[in-house]
Design a protein around this ligand. Structure first.
Ligand SMILES: *Cc1c(COP(=O)(O)O)cnc(C)c1O
Length: 366
């Protein structure tokens, strides 16, 4: 029996009737762009995140880009973020013409280290953009406090953390704006690309709403130069059907993580650390090992779908060569990039799947 890294088909089969009905509804009513489906899902999602507003957009990257634009961040500005993330976090900053300024991570949580942020603040700094990596919220209280003291915006990249909490507060609801991705393999995944911006600020919500739809304020009135960055009605319908199951799925992920932790306790690797007050939703279950690449290859040989998130920190990517950063600039992120290993994680996996992964891991490591 092989175990995949994720299994989207298993989820579809578990909720096929709901998804099929949602898709059929859209084809029957013929309303593919915005409209009631998108509005209803935005409302349900805002309610889920405990925010006043939610605006559906075309991807997590679009959510980040439009959030930065809504804060009037652009050329000449700097945005502080983590180098240990999916490249889209930094790319969104670059897309608006601003410059990403990287701050190294906490080696336990893999999230931006708040203690290192202050030294990176300059007169050009406009925002802090923490990422809630693998489903665990970054340490938000010191970040929010720094931002308040220095007059900075906080934009949360919650793309991997839908439903996670930090001292009872929902990921995405703590900063000025929170950004989500509905990429199919995310904890709440669509049937294609999609994203969401949440906020408690009516004005910021309105700016994102205008920007996502050609800068439109009425059908032929365009207040700003905008984009085609809307959430599809088809995606909204599918996501609305799936949102009802999200908490159950996240609980299943947490239970699988607990089982892994227990079974791997005596193994020569570092299991995930959950910070005090944080409830991770385990978008990924990530361990750290030595000789990672050999182990990864051996696991693949045994039919175990392991992965690496992410093998190269953003500051060392060729796309960011212009920043002039080299190995040693952010040593903790670099070490983590060399040693992290993602094990299979999806709600529908069984105890047998987990046992199989652990057996293969033990065999490959001995
Ligand atoms: C998935 C992801 C994104 C980008 O989302 P898309 O919907 O693929 O554009 C951004 N940041 C993080 C941390 C992500 O995991």
């Amino acid at each position: 029996m092989s175990v995949p890294l994720v299994d989207l088909k298993a989820q579809y089969h578990a909720i096929k009737a709901d998804v099929d009905a949602a898709v059929a509804r859209i084809f029957e009513n013929g309303s593919f762009i915005l409209g009631a489906e998108v509005r209803d899902f935005e409302q349900a999602f805002a309610h889920y995140c405990h925010t006043g507003y939610a605006v559906g957009v075309s991807s997590g990257t679009a959510a980040l880009q439009l959030s930065l634009m809504a804060c009037d961040i652009g050329p000449g500005d700097e945005v502080i973020t983590t180098p240990f993330t999916f490249i889209a976090t930094a790319a969104a900053i670059s897309h608006v013409g601003a410059r990403p300024v990287f701050v190294d991570i906490d080696p336990r949580t893999y999230n931006i280290d708040p203690a290192k942020i202050k030294a990176a603040i300059t007169p050009r700094t406009r925002a802090i953009l923490p990422v809630h990596l693998y489903g665990q919220p970054a340490d938000m209280d010191p970040i929010l406090e720094l931002a308040r003291r220095h007059g900075l915006r906080v934009i949360e990249d919650a793309c991997q953390a839908v439903g996670a909490t930090y001292h009872g507060r929902k990921a995405g609801s703590m900063g000025d704006l929170g950004c989500f991705s509905f990429y199919p393999s995310k904890n709440l995944g669509g049937a294609g690309d999609g994203g969401m911006v949440v906020t408690n600020d009516k004005e910021l919500a309105e700016r994102v709403r205008i920007l996502r739809d050609h800068g439109r304020t009425d059908h032929y009135g365009h207040q700003r130069i905008g984009f085609t960055h809307r959430l599809d009605a088809l995606q909204a319908a599918v996501l609305g059907a799936k949102l009802r199951y999200l908490d159950t799925w996240n609980e299943m992920r947490r239970a699988h993580a607990a089982t892994y932790n227990e079974l791997l306790a005596s193994c020569d690797l570092v299991t995930p650390f959950e910070a005090e007050g944080c409830r991770s939703v385990y978008h990924l279950y990530v361990v750290r090992v030595s000789r990672r690449d050999e182990l990864l290859a051996a696991l693949h040989e045994s039919g175990i779908g392991a992965g690496v998130h992410y093998p190269c920190p953003v500051h060392l990517q060729p796309a960011y060569a212009e920043l002039g950063l080299s190995r040693g600039s952010h040593p903790i992120a670099e070490t983590c990039a060399d040693t992290v290993l993602s094990l299979p994680m999806y709600p529908e996996m069984t105890r047998e799947h987990i046992d199989q992964v652990v057996e293969a891991l033990n065999a490959c490591m001995s």
